[in-house]
Design a protein around this ligand. Structure first.
Ligand code: PLP
Length: 394
């Protein structure tokens, strides 16, 4: 007998990973160039040259124990301070190194944040839907409940619906902008309206509602970069990573930044440290802590993702598919050509198109196309998308 909840979680697996694994098997069978794998958000743009140069510099100038040994649990002090200084200078908020905790990517940052925040079983985290499916798992492991609230037709915030979902058990609103899976980027006015609504709700509450901002796509914006959430709401925690911005998804490096204006910021930070300890995080990879600290503000080839977006968006719209043009990240969220998105994905698979059905994102009837792939994959896939659309007109 094992932990039944964990066993179920392991057996269920993420649908994204399942399709990704199928794609790998299929590529081995019929050749990589014949499979159009849009399943996973694994960046195809290489890390910026600055990362390679910084890694080489570190590897050739620093003693091994400073690169491969344990760091302090919250991270190397100079790295935490470098991240804080970057946030201070770029966004004009009074961030401090003492409130930065280095993690294994944004996933670990979110898990530790939920574990630190959720004080009682059943407390609630509100999230605009559609949302990144792993949130359900991270919130559940911390004893909480994820409460999805549908966004509007353009996948932007419905502040009234969020306000209506707030209960005495609400601990936080979780935002992800630029958004996976929709590509929406929340405008400054949207965030200000949300902040105003939350501040009103906070009056008379024992604990303020936190804003948890999952930001691995912040620098992957095709328009103006969004406002920094700490600048509009005091009780904010930012969970960030370098997985997408520097194409370092497999290196597992990110951080939690707790706003100094957050109520009980120091106590909350201690709870984050405790959560990291309880989850067995020990410390984030030391070599990559140093590498990213030397490359803050750098971004992988955003122009390549923009070209992919434009090519795919224009082509699919021309074929009659319906979708909202993404403002950031590297996902296109497309209306399924039949109500059952899983059945649509199964039919797409017959054309060697690997798409992710939207059901686990908290909405039915859509598919997610991850377009952080090589340009040839997009070009090669267009006849298959056309054939798929045609198969529905017969
Ligand atoms: N949050 C969102 C919205 C994501 O899309 C992902 C990864 O795809 C993560 C968090 C996890 O990121 P990381 O690889 O940095 O743990």
């Amino acid at each position: 007998m094992f932990n039944q909840e964990m066993q179920k979680l392991g057996e269920a697996r993420s649908i994204i990973r399942e399709i990704f694994e199928y794609g790998n098997r299929r590529k081995a069978e019929i050749g990589e160039e014949n499979v159009f794998d849009f399943s996973i958000g694994n960046p195809s743009a290489p890390p910026p040259a600055a990362i390679t140069e910084e890694l080489l510099r570190l590897l050739t100038t620093m003693p091994p124990e400073k690169l491969h040994g344990y760091s302090s649990a919250a991270g190397l002090w100079e790295v935490r301070e470098a991240v804080a200084a970057y946030i201070r200078e770029k966004f004009g908020v009074p961030m401090r190194g003492e409130l930065v905790y280095m993690t294994y990517g944004a996933a670990a940052a979110l898990s530790a944040t939920f574990s630190a925040l959720i004080a009682k079983e059943g407390e609630e985290i509100i999230v605009p839907a559609p949302f990144f499916p792993e949130y359900t798992v991270f919130v559940r492991q911390a004893g909480g409940v994820l409460v999805p609230v549908m966004t509007d037709a353009a996948f932007h915030l419905d502040i009234g619906a969020i306000a209506a979902a707030i209960t005495p058990k609400t601990r936080a609103v979780l935002l992800n902008s630029p958004n996976n899976p929709t590509g929406a980027v929340y405008a400054e006015q949207e965030l200000r309206s949300l902040a105003e609504m939350l501040q009103k709700c906070n009056m008379g509450r024992e604990n303020p509602i936190f804003l948890i901002c999952d930001e691995p796509y912040r620098s992957l914006c095709y328009g103006e970069e969004p406002v920094y959430p700490m600048a509009v709401y005091p009780h904010t925690v930012v969970c960030d990573s370098f997985s997408k911005s520097l194409s370092l998804a497999g290196e597992r490096i990110g951080y939690i930044a707790v706003s100094p204006q957050c109520e009980g910021a120091e106590a909350f930070f201690s709870a984050v440290m405790g959560a990291g300890r309880a989850l067995g995080y020990v410390c984030a990879p030391t070599l990559f802590q140093r590498a990213v600290a030397g490359c803050l503000g750098q971004v992988s080839d955003l122009a390549a993702y923009r070209e992919n977006r434009d090519l795919l968006y224009e082509a699919l719209c021309g074929m009659g598919y319906e979708c909202v043009k993404p403002e950031g990240a590297f996902y296109l969220f497309v209306k399924s050509l039949e109500p059952d998105a899983a059945a649509f994905c199964a039919r797409a698979r017959e054309h060697e198109l690997l798409l992710v059905p939207s059901d686990s994102f908290g909405i039915g009837g859509y598919v997610r196309i991850s377009y952080c792939v090589k340009r040839e994959t997009i070009r090669g896939s267009l006849p298959a998308f056309a054939a798929l659309a045609k198969s529905y007109t017969k």
